[in-house]
Write a protein that binds this ligand. Structure first.
Ligand SMILES: CC(C)(COP(=O)(O)OP(=O)(O)OC[C@H]1O[C@@H](n2cnc3c(N)ncnc32)[C@H](O)[C@@H]1OP(=O)(O)O)[C@@H](O)C(=O)NCCC(=O)NCCS
Length: 469
């Protein structure tokens, strides 16, 4: 049974926050909004006109306000630090990390409904928050879980399409292929072909997005069971919540693994708009490609080793350390091993980030989960040691941003509960990302955001421009 910790807990949190303002981990005064409607689509319908007006006002009153200067470094440096995207569902601060609609991960853990007292937030609750900016009640989360359950069927041709690939194909290739095969049922595409008015485009986007979010765990679980369990699939269990059901279909029945999956899906869902997968989804959708096409494109970006594939690489790297040096590796040995990786022109996966300049809070909450559930696990202890090694030695030695990101931790948790197939990990990330990317796609169409089309220039253009400057 779902346990709701929302409104009553909030008042407790508010008074506690006032009492504990000097404690570094105290919850700040939460200005959370709630609402009572149970139907998510109707809730959105109500919110959209006011957000459209807000955007119109911003444009007409402040459209010409400058947000910064663009330098040659920015153009050559992958657009780092260049503000150029509107992304409503989350915002990333380099020091503090991610906030989903203004709430930190810690705050989400406190205020979003959980499946059991003190448990991890239900991803459905996070989805409601991402879409509406409001903290849902237990009844609203129940209603959304039901909506997702009712959409969680996958046509047979999708499985047949995946089966056409060699079983050895990378799991992300199989997963993205499955998502492309789902596209044939796109309501958006049908509505567009019939000539839908542009003000209504968010409606079929909502239909496709919610179906896609409901379907991806089934496709992902199929890939896992096909590759690693001789194709013995496990039917969905409608008595379970989204995260638990996903873990169940993969073949994991322990309640701790179900909790981990809820945490995993929640924290991997969204990371503002500039990361490769989110930006790709948003860019492709700006051409009015439907959510299936857009999300499949996003998955292909996520499959890169500097982005989502890093979670697979971390566990493989950790296992290679253990193979060479054993589990009781000293800090000195660990430093030497990491240094050897760096000197060979490779990255140490799980460290550094395009934006973050402090420990990723997604790392911290996974560490807290590990301290609670698997404090003695040798691989967890190795991860903790690696953190110290980076801060003490490698940041000076290698002049690196030494802070760990989300991927530095996820593999050892999954491995502990028996999900040991590291090559599969990015698929879990992909399932989670559907929540964030699809939520923003609905708002992209509701706000009528235009075709994305930045200007590019040649080196010659830059050289000439600089000479004149
Ligand atoms: C994520 C990442 C691509 C960000 O790179 P970035 O935006 O260029 O970050 P920085 O500006 O701090 O990088 C400065 C330099 O350090 C290097 N660097 C950063 N993190 C590194 C790491 N973990 N291992 C080795 N080198 C690293 C970069 O490649 C860059 O090298 P260059 O100047 O030769 O191009 C990078 O940190 C990385 O490759 N990390 C490992 C992969 C990973 O964990 N990805 C998941 C991110 S959530």
């Amino acid at each position: 049974m779902v346990f709701y910790r929302g409104v009553s807990l909030l008042s407790k949190l508010r008074s506690r926050a006032v009492q504990q303002t000097n404690l570094s981990n105290s919850v700040r005064w939460l200005q959370v909004q709630t609402s009572s409607g149970l139907d998510l689509r109707s809730e959105l319908q109500e919110l959209i006109p006011e957000q459209q007006d807000r955007l119109k006002k911003l444009k007409s009153e402040h459209g010409k306000v400058q947000l910064g200067n663009i330098t040659v470094d920015m153009v050559l440096g992958g657009m780092r630090g260049m503000t150029g995207l509107l992304w409503e569902t989350s915002l990333l601060d380099p020091d503090e990390g991610i906030r989903f609609r203004g709430l930190s991960i810690y705050e989400c853990q406190k205020v979003l409904p959980a499946a059991k007292p003190g448990g991890e937030p239900l991803p459905e609750g996070l989805l409601w928050l991402l879409l509406t900016g409001k903290v849902p009640s237990k009844e609203q989360v129940d209603s959304l879980s039901q909506e997702l359950r009712s959409r969680a069927t996958v046509p047979d041709h999708v499985y047949k399409t995946i089966d056409a690939l060699p079983v050895t194909a990378h799991p992300m290739t199989q997963f993205a292929t499955g998502v492309m095969a789902l596209q044939v049922q796109s309501e958006f595409q049908k509505a567009y072909e019939k000539g839908i008015h542009k003000s209504k485009l968010w409606e079929p986007t909502y239909e496709d997005s919610m179906s896609l979010i409901a379907q991806v765990p089934l496709v992902a679980a199929y890939v896992y069971r096909r590759m690693y369990k001789n194709g013995n699939t496990i039917p969905k269990d409608d008595s379970l919540d989204y995260g638990a059901n996903f873990a169940h279909m993969l073949g994991f029945s322990s309640s701790d693994m179900h909790e981990l999956m809820k945490l995993y899906v929640t924290i991997h869902s969204d990371h503002e708009g500039g990361n490769v997968s989110a930006h790709t989804g948003h860019l492709v959708a700006s051409a009015l490609s439907d959510p299936y096409l857009s999300f499949a494109a996003a998955l292909n970006g996520l499959a890169g080793p500097l982005h989502g594939l890093a979670n697979q690489e971390v566990l493989l790297w950790i296992k290679s350390v253990v193979e060479e040096c054993g589990e009781n590796i000293s800090k000195e040995q660990l430093k030497d091993y990491a240094w050897k990786t760096l000197k060979s022109g490779k990255v140490v996966p799980g460290f550094g980030h395009g934006v973050l300049r402090k420990t990723d809070p997604r790392y911290t909450c996974q560490r807290e989960f590990a301290l609670k559930h698997l404090p003695e696990d040798p691989l967890f202890q190795l991860v903790a040691k690696l953190y110290e090694v980076f801060l003490q030695f490698l940041q000076n030695l290698a002049k690196l941003n030494p802070w760990p990101n989300v991927d530095a931790h996820s593999g050892v948790l999954l491995n502990y509960y028996g999900l040991t197939e590291a090559r599969y990990y990015t698929v879990l990330f992909g399932v989670s990302r559907a929540l964030g990317i699809c939520s923003q796609l609905i708002w992209d169409r509701a706000l009528g955001l235009p075709l994305e089309r930045p200007k590019s220039v040649t080196m010659e253009w830059l050289e000439n421009h600089c000479k004149k400057a």
